[in-house]
Ligand binder design. Structure first.
Ligand code: CP3
Length: 345
């Protein structure tokens, strides 16, 4: 694995060890903003791209070569492990995951199977192995968190207010906890397989959990997150990142969980998280919409965020959410250079 030129800056920042500069990577750094991605995507469906290890490796590596980022993230989707357990999901371009057999009852929950990564998602394991042999930066493996996966499984697709999900949670509480347990076990098994194959760090995406207030998070979600993270910590020491959108009000709850890094969206500044007493490594959080602004605007905001990040050990620059298809590759190249040069000791 670690060849002589292996750049471990990102892993050092996760562990709050000194680094020469602030590391950077971007959520959705492989995607439609890249002409190369769009060309490959013309030939394959989203799932085909991630299920052919050679294509997955190419797409995962592209941003490392093109942007010079300090970490790669496996090209897959949070929905990837759900297909083999019985969720009929398709990724529609510009829409997101669409599910033809949503879960609406305890019977629906019980028909979901168990994931056997080696048998069900061998392409993920193969791609992780190939990538960790080839890359000169760490590979981030990932999974969706149970609430966020459940929101797609229950709604049947993307949603604005998650009322079907929350309705299910409040009215079929037993079935809800059974669903959390099932998705939680799947998440553990899936992440452990990625770690065994060589993933250097793990990010758990709980993108939509900010829809819950603190009390409901504590009751309906925190127990399964505690179980996932503590089980992973018992079996491996790879850094764990936990990320969500609009989840600033859950920071105190997240801080109690055995994770190394908290990923923030742009609504919660790095400074305000520190002022709230969060001492874990922080990752984020430039508003991705800013990437459509003139360079001077981007530069000013990025420097403000970097100044805040550098005040405390353990900081990784990223966006507050994924890159949009309209963003120019050159903007991200310039931003990556700015982060590296501005923070170099
Ligand atoms: O580069 C990377 O970040 C790694 C790959 C990755 C994808 N999805 C690829 C993808 C990762 C880490 C994800 C996570 C993911 N998927 C999340 C959590 C992060 C977040 O965005 O909140 C969620 C909620 C999903 C579900 C999902 N899949 C959405 C909302 C979409 C976007 C719909 C669209 O077209 O804008 C997808 C599709 C998807 N996943 C694309 C990519 C590159 C676009 C697919 C295409 O080419 O059409």
């Amino acid at each position: 694995m670690a060849s002589q030129s292996f750049n471990d800056t990102f892993l050092r920042a996760c562990r709050q060890e000194p680094t020469e500069y602030i590391p950077v990577w971007y959520m959705r750094q492989a995607g439609r903003y890249q002409p190369e991605y769009r060309n490959i995507r013309k030939k394959y469906s989203f799932f085909e791209m991630s299920e052919i290890p050679e294509v997955c490796v190419e797409v995962t590596s592209l941003p490392v070569k093109q942007l010079g980022v300090d970490a790669a993230i496996l090209f897959a989707d949070i929905m990837t492990p759900l297909k083999p357990i019985g969720v009929d999901v398709e990724i529609r371009s510009g829409v997101g995951p669409v599910i033809s057999n949503p879960v609406r009852s305890i019977q629906d929950v019980s028909r979901l199977g168990e994931l056997e990564p080696e048998k069900d998602v061998p392409f993920v394991i193969e791609a992780v192995k190939m990538l960790t042999q080839q890359l000169s930066v760490p590979l981030i493996g990932f999974a969706g968190a149970p609430f966020t996966l459940a929101s797609y499984i229950i709604e049947g697709g993307p949603s604005k207010n998650y009322y079907k999900t929350k309705g299910f949670m409040y009215s079929n509480t037993k079935a809800w906890h059974a669903l959390m347990e099932k998705l939680g076990s799947m998440t553990i098994t899936y992440l452990q397989a990625q770690i065994r194959a060589g993933a250097h760090a793990i990010q758990v995406f709980d993108s939509w959990v900010g829809a819950l207030n603190q009390e409901d998070y504590r009751e309906y979600v925190a127990p399964i997150m505690q179980k996932i993270f503590s089980t992973l910590k018992q079996t491996s020491d790879v850094p764990i990142i936990y990320f969500g959108i609009g989840a600033g009000h859950l920071l105190q709850e997240w801080d109690k969980l055995p994770v190394d890094v908290i990923g923030l969206d742009w609504r919660t500044s790095i400074q305000s998280a520190r002022q709230q007493g969060i001492t874990k490594t922080l990752q984020g959080n430039l508003d991705p919409s800013l990437l459509l602004a003139p360079w001077e605007v981007i530069e000013k905001k990025a420097k403000e965020i970097l100044d805040q990040g550098m005040e405390h050990p353990g900081y990784i620059f990223n966006l507050g959410h994924g890159i949009f298809p309209e963003v120019q590759v050159e903007t991200l190249q310039r931003l990556t250079d700015l982060v590296h040069h501005y923070t170099k000791k």
